[in-house]
Design a protein around this ligand. Sequence first.
Ligand code: PMP
Length: 366
Amino acid sequence: GERSGAVTTAELPLREDLRGRTPYGAPQLDVAVRLNTNENPYPPPDALVDDVAAATREAAAELHRYPDRDALALRRDLADYLSVATRVLVSERNVWAANGSNEILQQLLQAFGGPGRTALGFEPSYSMHPIIAAGTRTEWAPAPRAADFSLDTARAAEIVAERAPDVVFLTSPNNPTGGTIPLHGLAAVLRAAPGMVVVDEAYAEFSGEPSALELLEEFPAQLVVSRTMSKAFAFAGGRLGYLAAAPAVVDALQLVRLPYHLSALTQAAAKAALRHADATLASVAKLAAERDRVAESLLAMGFTPVPSDANFILFGRFTDARHAWQSYVDQGVLIRDVGIEGHLRVTIGTPEENDAFLEAGKEIPR
Ligand code: PMP
């Protein structure tokens, strides 16, 4: 009935360090144009949908059994994709997969962070990094990016050497600001870091810059490259993230992962989706071209877009970003207030969606 569960969170014996925290929450509003969570706007092609349906049907016949705990076949396919995409040869022993790269990051902090340990990140960046740190009781050490949101990697290396965190997060391209960190900059931070360096490459396919994976041979004991099928692969609903690192890192994660964490349905669906990678990734070039068009249009309209290598653009300036965000919503366009003063972030959609966004921009108070 109505009264069942009548208790507030404050009354529960919740961990003290979680009291008063806010959960991750991109608003999910039912408006015509949704450009707020950096998804690929193009739905999967019919051939992919059919293949996923057939593959999960086959897997369904075996649902009385637990899935492959090590997801070996899927990891082999992911390794093949990465080897081609980055031209760095990796095998299934270098690759680990989980339910979205968020779970990958959580497993990394469970293994390499935790109580008494520190993770450092350069803000503004992906808001889940500190939230996952909190959940795993890893102390979060925020460090600043430059005023133009780029990362001064020489300065970053100094900060890392000074603070000596157990884990460093580098997001490249960075969410929500869009810039990529060049390889020599990543190497400088790796040299300064006493522990693990996680390069979050969720948006790598949208960038023309080389993958941090090229540094694996030089830094096998430190480097972890995190990736996802949620963005370029148009598979956000399928929940599949993965990492590439030395096999020893993959072995370490076995200590914290839950057994059978990747369902048989997820493994089958992701393998089927990967077979159509060429078709799905064809949208990447289209989205990159649209990104550049939207950035130019924003500039022409008198906004200041931050240069982006990803499928989104941070732009300003607004006197009141919150108010401006609401004004976009009122015009049927949902973008993201990421909490950076004077700025909002827009995900690149279809040309029609981008036009609707640009049109709405004419009516926005600044
Ligand atoms: N890293 C970054 C930088 C992201 O922006 C996101 C998604 N917003 C993720 C990781 C997590 O995505 P997923 O769990 O869907 O792989």
